[in-house]
Write a protein that binds this ligand. Structure first.
Ligand code: ATP
Length: 239
């Protein structure tokens, strides 16, 4: 990871996008680019999970293959970088371990922005050390088809939320909503265009021999076909 020099008055803004990336797809690239531009991030660091704690592993491609697909996908975007911190680590990939290590590496002159889809954020209270994560990073939540910001009102970790403001965000009537939690960093919920792509759908399409046009970068598609990934019928969504 390259860390840019930053002046004392303007900390570096580093986005983190963790994921299984099984495989990486245009939805990941779209949210990383949109958040980078909207929040003027200097860099976005893609962090493929080694052994993700929240995923069924029956259709999981080897970590080295998922890492390579991310490398191929971001190769032409200088503001996107790749971290092997989780694929190198033995055992489960917990975000808190990653963030603690990164925070130590980058120091106090870099602010961390944890980019996350709404589907994943709605599960945050089940993650390891969620409050510490919210202290160490500014979370940036982006919408995901099939999920609504109104569901945030049910998360006990968050303060009472204004239902009308959440509904406005769902409708795209406001560009963002900031949620303050005592002694944590502000959570930024963005309204951006929905991107209806998922890795599970891509795996299913590969198995069925269907087109992958506009779903993922062409070099990633070639890699999947060349290495015959996702051919087996192992995804739970298929049964
Ligand atoms: P799967 O379909 O296998 O569950 P996925 O498409 O959700 O995979 P992940 O690698 O698990 O991909 O996602 C990493 C992060 O990117 C998560 O925070 C997830 O919410 C977010 N994300 C993935 N796809 C989208 C999308 N189309 N729109 C918004 N966020 C997304």
């Amino acid at each position: 990871m390259t860390v840019l020099p930053s002046s004392p008055r303007s900390p570096l803004k580093l986005g983190l996008l963790g994921g299984t990336f099984n495989p990486i797809h245009n939805g990941h690239l779209a949210i990383a680019g949109e958040v980078r531009d909207r929040l003027q991030l200097d860099r976005v660091l893609f962090i493929p999970a080694g052994d993700p704690p929240h995923k069924e592993d029956r259709s999981l491609a080897p970590a080295a293959a998922r890492y390579e697909m991310v490398r191929l996908a971001i190769a032409d975007t200088p503001s996107f970088e790749l971290s092997d911190i989780e694929v190198r680590r033995k055992g489960k990939s917990y975000s808190i371990d990653t963030v603690r290590t990164l925070k130590q590496q980058v120091g106090p002159t870099t602010d961390l922005y944890f980019i996350i889809g709404l589907d994943a954020f709605l599960d945050i209270h089940h993650w390891r050390a969620p409050l510490e994560l919210l202290q160490l990073c500014r979370f940036v939540v982006v919408p995901r088809p099939g999920h609504s910001y109104r569901s945030l009102a049910a998360i006990s970790l968050l303060p009472p939320l204004d239902h009308q403001a959440l509904a406005q965000l769902d409708r795209g009537a406001v560009p963002r909503l900031d949620i303050s939690i005592p002694s944590c960093q502000t959570i930024i919920c963005l309204s951006i265009s929905l991107c209806p792509v998922s890795a599970s759908e891509i795996r299913q399409r590969v198995r069925r021999g269907q087109s992958l046009a506009n779903l993922l970068p062409p070099p990633v598609e070639s890699f999947i076909l060349q290495h015959q990934l996702y051919q087996e019928d192992t995804d739970r969504t298929d049964v």
